[in-house]
Ligand binder design. Structure first.
Ligand code: ADP
Length: 757
């Protein structure tokens, strides 16, 4: 329009004189009315009195007014008064300078006009055109712009368009928020300003490559806000050229993926954690797909079986493949877990595994099987060993008839072995009261307090003997022996004990004790009987002495003036001798008739063992070492009771000789010698006293206070009656050895004649 108008004016200035006349130009340049008619604009001319002096056809049509010529504009168009039209026209008239403006003319035109008002001499030429359509189009465009802005503003993504030199054309609120800057701040800023340094090289490289080809690309990058905060975005970048100017522009669409990145990071963290747990497990952990191929195996599994991802379980163990497949199928079809105890060959031999298989489900569909296998070989072995040991324990308890009990001191419960009823006659109760009620009333307090004291003590082993109610309502004697079990802190938690009925052995011991006393008694009686004749002269001796003293006294008394002192002395000596005889007689008071013995072939070893048992009460056995070197099949011809007496006497002497020393040993040895057997009883005792050495086998030779000194004499009598001999061997300072011989025995050998004392 502008150029058209200019050329029109220029044209008019170059118009010929003739033409100027034709167009009625007054006093100077004439109007190019033809041109006005031909132009696309509407044109009118106002004279100095604001009257229309010319209107082209377009103007007439536009303004719907045929006879405006000569009318004053302010009257014909009253709405122009006070409007922009009047404003500009008057200014142009006054200043004589062109002006272009746009204004709206209301009723009846209701149109927008673009007007170019040009002063010419004393007139104003107005070139104008109806721009209502354009204005509406612009309005619509603006509205669309607003709408677009709203849309961009509402979009869940950041949108930005910039031209060269980073001249920002469009940016929505969200992108401003992402970048932490306003539109104004961003204008002209290069990408590097708000991109994370680590992401710049790649971003720049992609931009360079794609800008050239004008192909869109995508990048995941970090934006950095001025406050340093980082925002992860998924960014789509495309290149478009301006529709009209063809200027290249860049469109950036960014989606904040901070949450996604965070979720992904968390997922990765969880995955790493899970992997660590799975790999760190001592169990075999694996996942198989529906075809039985491994999609996950933990380190242990890979190490133990060399299994790799993608392999099938059956590849490694073809023999087991059908079973594996069948189990997996079952888990997948039933969607239920399966627990299997299975034998699988490992590097260190066949091992027992406890395997749990569960369906591997994803989004509600079963994709395969997850398996966890634990090597329970050791547990199985331990269980087996425990079962065996329990069985052995049970058998042992059953064999001895002991009642085994276990007392949980925390709960107070007592568990008894299945062998208990054999001893108690009933299934025992589970509490301490049951036991306490059955302990003999006289033993109850002592036993209970010993038990209580033990539990409080540092001790480990408790032993007690007490009377306990038996199935027949009598009281038997039990030996109860228990161990304390403590926890890590030393606190007593349990007590395990075994209770055995020792009534019989207690009674047997009592019988032995009685027998021992009886034997001692018998041996003395026997001694007296055996020694009767030997002792006669011993008694004669003091009696003869006493007689001599009395004879002497009589002579003194019969003589003249007997000396009372001599008489007293003689009487005292006689009395002493008589007392001595009386003492001997007292000792022989229990003399009884002696029995008779018969010789039989007897097993020497049995005789020795029995004599040992009689001669060594329990307490002494522990202090004295006994060594019996007697062949078990050795036979001698003897009266068992009398031989036992000999052995008993010799062993007792040895025991007594040892009693003085700290430790001692007795050895009984028997050797064949021709048709005889030599038996030796040696000890490590104090040895023979010199004063008795010569008279050992004589009656009343004793070095012991209160000793009778008849033991060895009896032995000699018995051994000699058996046709043997007895002697003490020379051992120097070392203890004593007594030896005797006996006729060797044999099958079918005739019984010897009677043996008399
Ligand atoms: P008693 O034992 O009553 O004294 P014996 O005739 O059995 O009578 O023993 C006589 C003495 O022989 C004992 O008093 C003791 O001095 C001595 N004697 C016997 N056996 C041994 C021995 N094994 N060791 C040391 N001395 C013994």
């Amino acid at each position: 329009m502008g150029p058209d108008r200019c050329s029109a004016v220029r044209w008019t200035t170059t118009m010929s004189r003739r033409d100027q006349d034709k167009f009625g130009v007054e006093g100077g340049l004439a109007f190019p009315f033809e041109l006005f008619e031909a132009t696309s604009d509407c044109v009118f001319v106002l004279d100095a009195d604001w009257r229309f002096s010319y209107l082209n056809a377009k103007a007439i049509a536009e303004l719907h007014a045929g006879d405006l010529l000569g009318t004053v504009i302010w009257r014909s168009f009253p709405a122009a008064v006070g409007s922009k039209f009047e404003d500009v026209y008057r200014r142009v008239a006054e200043r004589r300078e062109s002006e272009t403006f746009e204004a709206y003319y209301p009723d009846p035109l209701n149109r927008w006009y673009e007007v170019h008002a040009v002063p010419y001499q004393d007139t104003i030429v107005a070139f104008f055109r109806n721009i209502t359509k354009r204005r509406l189009a612009v309005r619509a465009l603006l509205r669309r712009h607003n709408e677009l802005d709203t849309v961009l503003g509402w979009a869940g993504v950041g949108i930005m368009q910039y031209a060269e030199n980073h001249r920002l054309m469009v940016i929505n609120k969200l992108f401003c928020e992402i970048l932490g800057r306003t539109k104004e701040e961003l204008n002209g800023l290069p990408m590097e300003t708000f991109t994370h340094p680590d992401d710049i090289p790649r971003n720049a490289e992609l931009l360079r490559k794609h800008r050239q080809a004008e192909t869109p690309f995508h990048i995941k990058k970090r934006y950095v806000r001025p406050d340093g905060e980082i925002v992860w975005c998924s960014v789509a970048i495309s290149f478009v050229r301006h529709r009209e100017t063809k200027e290249p522009t860049t469109i950036v669409v960014a989606r904040n993926i901070d949450e996604e990145v965070e979720a992904q990071r968390k997922a990765e963290e969880t995955r790493a954690l899970l992997r660590a747990v799975v790999d760190g497990a001592d169990d075999l952990i694996y996942v198989k797909d529906a075809e039985g191929r491994f999609v996950l195996v933990n380190k242990k599994m890979a190490r133990e079986f060399g299994i790799a991802i993608g392999q099938a379980g059956g590849d490694r163990f073809p023999d087991l493949a059908p079973r594996f497949t069948a189990e997996d199928e079952q888990v997948m079809t039933t969607d239920e877990r399966l627990v299997i105890e299975e034998q699988i060959p490992t590097k260190s031999g066949a091992a027992t595994f406890l395997t749990v298989k569960v369906p591997w489900q994803q989004n509600g569909a079963t994709k395969g099987v997850i398996g966890i296998s634990r090597d329970i070989s050791e547990r199985v072995r331990n269980e087996q060993a425990l079962r065996e040991s329990e069985e052995r324990f049970r058998l042992a308890a059953a064999a001895t008839g002991d009642a085994i009990w276990e007392w949980d001191l925390e709960s107070g419960a007592i568990h008894w072995s299945s062998t208990a009823p054999g001893l108690t006659g009933e299934v025992p109760g589970g509490a301490i009261e049951w036991w306490n009620e059955r302990v003999h009333p006289d033993d109850r307090e002592a036993t209970m307090s010993s038990l209580n004291a033990f539990v409080q003590s540092e001790g480990q082993r408790w032993e007690a003997e007490y009377r306990f109610l038996r199935p027949d309502n009598s009281y038997g004697v039990v030996a109860d022996c228990a161990y304390l079990i403590r926890d890590g802190s030393g606190k007593v938690v349990r007590m395990i004990g075994s209770m055995s009925d020792i009534t019989e052995s207690v009674e047997a011991q009592a019988r032995i004790n009685r027998l021992q006393a009886e034997l001692g008694h018998i041996s003395r009686i026997n001694a007296m009987g055996t020694m009767g004749s030997t002792l006669a002269h011993e008694i004669n001796q003091p009696l003869a002495s006493a007689g001599n003293y009395l004879t002497g006294l009589r002579r003194i008394v019969d003589g003249n003036a007997p000396d009372p002192a001599s008489v007293r002395r003689g009487l005292e000596q006689a009395q002493a001798e008589i007392s001595r005889a009386g003492e001997i007689i007292r000792k022989l008071r229990r003399l009884v008739e002696q029995g008779q013995a018969e010789l039989h072939p007897i097993k020497l070893r049995i005789c020795v063992d029995e004599a040992l048992m009689l001669a060594l009460p329990d307490t002494q056995v522990r202090k004295i070492g006994i060594n019996v070197d007697v062949p078990s099949d050795m036979t001698v011809m003897a009266d068992a009771i009398q031989l036992q007496q000999v052995l008993y006497n010799l062993i007792r002497n040895s025991v007594e000789a040892i009693a003085q020393t700290e430790i001692g040993r007795i050895e009984i040895q028997a050797r064949d010698r021709e048709n005889q057997v030599v038996v030796r009883v040696s000890d490590t005792g104090e040895g023979l006293q010199p004063e008795v050495k010569e008279r050992l086998f004589s009656a009343f030779a004793s070095t012991k206070p209160g000793g009778l000194g008849v033991g060895l004499s009896i032995c000699r009598t018995i051994i000699e009656a058996h046709g043997g001999s007895i002697w003490a061997e020379d051992t120097g300072d070392e203890g004593a050895t007594f030896a005797f011989t006996l006729p060797a025995g044999g099958e079918g050998r005739p019984v010897s004649p009677e043996v008399t004392g």
